[in-house]
Every structure is written in structure tokens, then in C-alpha cells.
Design a protein around this ligand. Structure first.
Ligand SMILES: Nc1ncnc2c1ncn2[C@@H]1O[C@H](COP(=O)(O)OP(=O)(O)O)[C@@H](O)[C@H]1O
Ligand SMILES: O=c1ccn([C@@H]2O[C@H](COP(=O)(O)OP(=O)(O)O)[C@@H](O)[C@H]2O)c(=O)[nH]1
Ligand SMILES: [Mg+2]
Length: 235
């Protein structure tokens, strides 16, 4: 499965005679995502640059998103954070969301997409990192349908399971799902559902797979060239 992933390192080390920048340009030309019928949407979708940030629990998505925000000026929308905020706001859906998260399962797509949509509409920025979403095919299709857009690029932080478990157990943010029972369930969901989405974007040629082992700084040095390459293309 992973052989189909066109990671940045694979692009750079490619022995094909097309140079790296040509390949990035080719990738970008295949990333024109906004369908013609979405023009009336108040989000002015054609101006957006959307990155989905995927990876297992504890793979470092949130940590790397903070660095991308700092360096490249994106808006970071963590789907998990939006759901936790919804619980904290005493929303009528709070207990359903809390139970779903405790059980390591995935909240109904429309709920999550509406929360993301609201944040996108409130933002003055047009460059978004959507972190921890989509987690399954239903999420992916709901985003396409409700927002009317696809991501321009997708990052996938690939991390060994053992390392992810270690990081989550050391996270210390008081999260109801950072315990060994829930982590085991989340890892099952990750393998059964999240990876299908990763595979989908790999097949579409939009996936950048990042080795998520090493220090935060080492990982960011693998992330940086992806955004540097796309910086000038952003509307
Ligand atoms: N490269 C790294 N090495 C060790 N610990 C890390 C690394 N990156 C992140 N962490 C820590 O691991 C935990 C999970 O990281 P986080 O960014 O929250 O992952 P995710 O959002 O993918 O669940 C956090 O406590 C974070 O500080
Ligand atoms: O689109 C999403 C994102 C998150 N979650 C739920 O929120 C939890 C925590 O997600 P988050 O992305 O914050 O976890 P992380 O992967 O960063 O540890 C997940 O296990 C799910 O139960 C969800 O249902 N849909
Ligand atoms: Mg996170």
C-alpha cells in the first residue's frame, strides 16, 4: 500500500529525469480542486488552500501544525479540539460527543464538518490546516458535500504504533481518551478507517507521507519543504 504513496522524499530522490520543481509543478497542476458549481458559496472556495493533516493518535499532528502555523501562517483547525470545545460549551450534543471520544469512535460526520465550516467562515485567512480529519470515508465525503471542496494537499504522519502509544500516555493534557484502553480502540479505528482515507489521497496523488519519528525539529525539517514548495501557488 505505501509504495503508492508519493512522499516528498520519494519526489526528491526520484531518479526520473523530471527535476524536483517540475514534479512539484505537476503535482500542483493536478490539485485544482474546486468544482465549478461551488462559485456561489460564501467561502469563495476557489481562494482556499486546504491541507488535511492525518496520522494516528500521538503521531505528532498537533505539534507539527503549531510549527507550520508559526512558519507559514496557516489557520490550524483541530477537529478533536473543536469537538472538545463543543463538549465544554454544554452543547446539547456534548454527552454524545464525550461518549464517542471516550470509546475511541468517530463522531457523526455532519457534526464535525459543521464545526469546521463555522471556523472557516469566521476566519479571515484562506490557508487551513485541518488536523485529525477526515478519519473515515464518511467524513471525507461529508466534507466534500457540505463544504464543496477537496484538500489541495494531505500530510500523513507515519509513526510506529509503540511510539504513538508512548507519546499519548505521556501527553498529560487530562484528556478522557489518553488511557491505554481507549488508545487500543483508537488504534483499531485508525487501522480500519483512517488508513482508507490515507490510501484514497495517495491514489489521487495528493499525499505527502512524513516519517514521524525523531525529534519535533527533525520532523519539521521534513515538513518544511512541502509548504515551501506550495507557498507561491497559494492564491
Ligand atoms: N517528535 C516527538 N517526539 C516525542 N514526543 C513528541 C514528538 N512530537 C510530539 N510529541 C509529544 O507527543 C504527544 C502527542 O503529540 P500530538 O502533537 O498531540 O499528537 P497528535 O495530535 O497526532 O495526537 C504530545 O505530548 C507531544 O508533546
Ligand atoms: O474528525 C474527528 C476528529 C476527532 N474525533 C474524535 O476525537 C478524538 C480525538 O481526536 P484528536 O484528533 O484530538 O486526537 P489525536 O489524534 O490528536 O490524539 C478521536 O479519537 C475521535 O473520537 C472525531 O470523532 N472526528
Ligand atoms: Mg492532536
Amino acid at each position: 500500500m505505501w509504495r503508492r504513496v508519493a512522499s516528498l522524499s520519494a519526489l526528491i530522490s526520484s531518479t526520473s529525469n523530471r527535476c524536483f520543481l517540475d514534479q512539484v509543478a505537476y503535482r500542483m497542476s493536478t490539485c485544482k480542486l474546486f468544482s465549478s458549481e461551488v462559485k456561489e458559496n460564501p467561502l469563495t472556495l476557489k481562494d482556499l488552500f486546504i491541507t488535511f493533516v492525518l496520522g494516528g493518535p500521538g503521531s505528532g499532528k498537533g505539534t507539527q501544525c503549531a510549527k507550520i502555523v508559526e512558519t507559514f501562517g496557516y489557520v490550524h483547525l483541530s477537529a478533536g479540539e473543536l469537538l472538545r470545545r463543543e463538549i465544554a460549551s454544554n452543547s446539547e450534543y456534548g454527552s454524545m460527543i464525550l461518549n464517542t471520544i471516550k470509546d475511541g469512535k468517530i463522531v457523526p460526520s455532519e457534526m464535525t464538518v459543521r464545526l469546521i465550516q463555522k471556523e472557516m467562515e469566521l476566519s479571515n485567512n484562506h490557508k487551513f490546516l485541518i488536523d485529525g480529519f477526515p478519519r473515515n470515508e464518511e467524513n471525507r465525503i461529508a466534507f466534500e458535500t457540505i463544504i464543496g471542496a477537496d484538500p489541495d494537499i494531505v500530510l500523513f504522519f507515519n509513526c510506529p504504533e509503540e511510539e504513538m502509544v508512548k507519546r499519548v500516555l505521556n501527553r498529560n493534557q487530562g484528556r478522557v481518551d489518553d488511557n491505554i484502553e481507549t488508545i487500543k480502540k483508537r488504534l483499531q479505528v485508525f487501522k480500519a478507517s483512517n488508513l482508507l482515507v490515507v490510501d484514497y489521497y495517495s491514489d489521487k496523488g495528493k499525499l505527502f507521507e512524513i516519517d514521524a519519528t525523531g525529534t519535533e525539529e527533525e520532523i519539521f525539517e521534513r515538513v518544511r519543504p512541502v509548504f515551501a514548495a506550495f507557498q507561491h501557488d497559494q492564491k
